[in-house]
Design a protein around this ligand. Sequence first.
Ligand code: DC
Length: 204
Amino acid sequence: MDGFTVAIDGPAAAGKGTVSRAVAEHFGFAHLDTGLLYRAVGAKVLEGMSAEEAALTLVAHDLENDQLRTNAVAEAASKAAAIPAVRAALVDFQRSFAMRAGGAVLDGRDIGTVICPDAQVKLFVTATSEVRAKRRFAELTAKGFDVTFDDVLADVEARDARDSTRTEAPLKPAPDAVEMDTSTMDISAAVARAIELIGARLGA
Ligand code: DC
């Protein structure tokens, strides 16, 4: 199973994190939320560091910052993620993670297209921007953040636009990715479908 990689891409709050965690737990694979790498870079930019320097000097401890889930950090992450030197600095870490013994699940925007184009299973998880903004709004208010739905929707749409139109590694499905729309499909159904696809590939 070494080098068995599952690539899960999609826009913000589509459910890829939930699907990734569930399949990693089901199969005993390691899981890397690659958005956290960009968020950690974004957090350092907000503290005044240049994005390139932040990406080049990133250490595991930076991923433990409890501010990484805020909207301000997401926005800074999305901006930093459009810089080719930032993306380049994070490639090796992601590829080594993908090759670790026992299998790995990586979720992000460009895993199936750029980081792991040879992944054994590729999923592209989407949902309408309204559905995603509703989920993000519920998540943020549950954590006590003072936000309005309209602001969250505007943030989700601005981030989608930036992530999909950048020249370097834009958000898009790999040609061989299986697409799942979680606005019409329950997350538990998406998890079941992912487990079925991965199981079939492991058995092949
Ligand atoms: O998945 P997320 O919302 O935590 O990601 C935060 C930002 O990081 C996202 O707006 C774009 C960027 N990102 C990326 O460009 N490539 C990835 N593989 C993961 C995230």
